[in-house]
Design a protein around this ligand. Structure first.
Ligand SMILES: [Zn+2]
Ligand SMILES: [Zn+2]
Length: 180
């Protein structure tokens, strides 16, 4: 196997995740390389049926690699993918080789997702779109909080009441009128 994408002098060595999912690990940085093909094979062998997808969990502060990483197999640049809106870390993926690079600790964040059969979805558009939607919603909320300060709670409560009101278009028209 090739050398670690982060430590040029360290060979990636065979290791096992979740007892019998074969992967490659670097003994010097503790990073992991996992093939999606191996993952699919493991899924079939273990008869892992898709269950509801759990969310990624941050078990500890995990350092992320910000610089570009080259795929250990084909040497082309790997693409970075967010795993959730809550965790800033991005995992690297080579679409050509279907290999995933996990910085130390990142595997733990997605292990539950892998066990439930959803690991490959992280690299698909619906998963990524959902993350970006959530991030922009959170930014919007943050902007509103800054704008409204202590009144934010009042606003959020009113908004919820308003949105569920059967006559909301009539209410909307009335809201901007000085006299009712
Ligand atoms: Zn390494
Ligand atoms: Zn590759």
């Amino acid at each position: 196997m090739a050398s670690c994408p982060k430590c040029p002098n360290s060979e990636l060595r065979h290791t096992l995740l979740m007892d019998d999912l074969p992967a490659y690990g670097c003994s010097s940085c503790d990073g992991l390389l996992l093939s999606l093909m191996m993952y699919r094979h493991w899924q079939e062998m273990e008869s892992v049926h898709f269950s509801e997808s759990p969310t990624a969990v941050l078990t500890a502060m995990v350092a992320d690699t910000h610089e570009p990483i080259k795929c250990p197999r084909c040497r082309s640049l790997m693409t970075k993918y967010r795993i959730s809106a809550e965790i800033p870390n991005r995992v690297e993926y080579c679409a050509h080789c279907e290999d995933i690079w996990f910085d130390p600790g990142e595997w733990k964040c997605v292990e539950a997702i892998a066990r439930s059969g959803h690991l490959a979805e992280i690299f698909g558009q619906p998963w990524q779109r959902q993350i970006h939607r959530k991030i922009s919603e959170e930014m919007e909320t943050q902007r509103l909080k800054e704008l409204l300060g202590a009144d934010y709670g009042k606003f959020a409560e009113f908004r919820q009441w308003f949105l569920s009101h059967p006559n909301r278009s009539r209410l909307l028209a009335l809201l901007s009128r000085k006299r009712i």
